[in-house]
Design a protein around this ligand. Structure first.
Ligand SMILES: *Cc1c(COP(=O)(O)O)cnc(C)c1O
Length: 381
């Protein structure tokens, strides 16, 4: 944690402030689970799944062990495997590309749009047309990421998915609680996955994830795969599955955090608006589409001289982060995997220009002023 000259620490994400706000409720929820003696799945997880689905407006939510598993479960439920192509953005957290590899499929890296950081439909269309002509590659699924909290352009992506008969999976690890065109994340694509890693907009105190869908048959398959391929009863196994369950403790904690999520996103929106109003010239803030609402997982700038500005902010006691310093197709294990025709120039350029500022619902106006003052000085210097 960075400290300023005055000694006051400014966290990049302040989970302590949230904990202080709902400490009594969290402690009661934890005690309830300890008293119940039921630590995996059970009533607490079922209640959380129902509340999560209701919040999103989706018919079904299946909780699982983490957001990476949620992606694997969604891909496996669609039957994606060896020989299949899965289209993923090159500018994302690695799990988006890792999941297709884990099911034996081939990720095809697609470029993103500079202003939204999300999948570029034109690059996607080129990649799908290329893969369709490639012997041994069967285009099967798109995994769209709602990077930094803003939902991807699901109208455009859905049209491409429909034209080519592809599954469309939303990786909403960073966007739970966001919306687009009046619909909440969880209903924007036929299947949505999310993560409850502590730093995500809806985070627990460990690992967790979920798959949301309106498709009851698909939800049943996801649940079965997550529970060792469980069939009609516990010791009948209909398929090869895995062990991907949510703990009752995490579910109980998540129920309390879900109850304040709407309020927290509104607070993040106020923080984002205040940043936007104070950015110096030459620094681009995130552009949210007119019909979109971001969950503001991150507040990510684009600027020249990023490393110099970052160092100056660090000197001034302002914590920052670079999400992400390298596109996935440049990472050694992914370097020989296919990329969209036309290349991934935007993803590559973004990695050298992005800088994320402190962002959380409890960031005070005074701390935001410190960030903005330091940013102005760093950019000018
Ligand atoms: C965090 C994240 C994941 C993976 O979630 P885990 O719960 O850490 O497995 C997947 N995709 C994106 C875009 C993420 O940010």
């Amino acid at each position: 944690m960075a400290r300023s000259e005055t000694g006051s620490a400014m966290p990049f994400i302040d989970l302590g402030a949230q904990r202080a706000r709902i400490a009594d409720r969290i402690d009661a929820a934890i005690a309830r689970v300890l008293d119940s003696g039921r630590f995996v799945l059970g009533e607490e997880v079922a209640a959380f799944e129902a509340e999560l689905a209701a919040f999103a407006g989706a018919r079904h939510a299946v909780a699982c062990a983490n957001g990476t598993d949620a992606l694997v479960l969604a891909l496996r439920a669609h039957g994606v495997g060896p020989g299949d192509a899965v289209f993923v953005p090159a500018f994302t957290f690695v799990a988006t590309a890792e999941a297709p590899v884990l099911v034996g499929a081939t990720p095809v890296f697609v470029d993103v749009r500079e202003e939204s950081f999300n999948l570029d439909p034109d690059s996607l269309a080129r990649a799908v047309e290329w893969a369709a002509r490639e012997p041994g590659l069967d285009p099967r699924a798109i995994v769209a990421v709602d990077l930094f909290g803003q939902p991807a352009d699901y109208d455009a992506l859905g049209a491409i998915a429909e034209t080519h008969g592809l599954a469309l999976i939303a990786d909403a690890a960073q966007s739970f609680g966001a919306a687009r065109a009046g619909k909440r994340v969880g209903t924007l694509a036929p299947v949505t996955t999310t993560s409850f890693f502590p730093a995500k907009p809806l985070g627990c105190y460990g690992d967790g994830g979920a798959v949301l869908t309106d498709d009851g048959a698909l939800a049943d398959v996801v649940r079965s795969i997550a529970l060792h391929g469980q069939g009609a009863d516990r010791y009948e196994h209909a398929r090869i599955g895995m062990n991907s369950r949510l703990d009752a403790l995490q579910a109980a904690i998540l129920r309390e955090k879900l109850a304040i999520l709407e309020d927290e996103i509104a607070a993040r929106e106020r923080v984002a608006a205040r940043y936007a109003a104070g950015l110096p010239a030459g620094v681009a803030g995130p552009a949210v589409a007119p019909d979109a609402r971001s969950a503001w997982a991150q507040y990510t700038l684009r600027l020249d001289g990023r490393d110099r500005v970052r160092a100056a902010l660090g000197e001034a006691g302002i914590p920052t982060a670079v999400y992400y310093p390298m596109p996935i197709h440049r990472q050694a294990p992914y370097a020989r995997m296919p990329v969209a025709p036309g290349g991934l120039a935007v993803s590559e350029a973004l990695c050298g220009r992005v800088l994320s500022l402190p962002m959380h619902p409890y960031l005070s106006p005074a701390d935001q002023d410190r960030v903005l003052d330091a940013l102005r000085a760093a950019v000018a210097g």
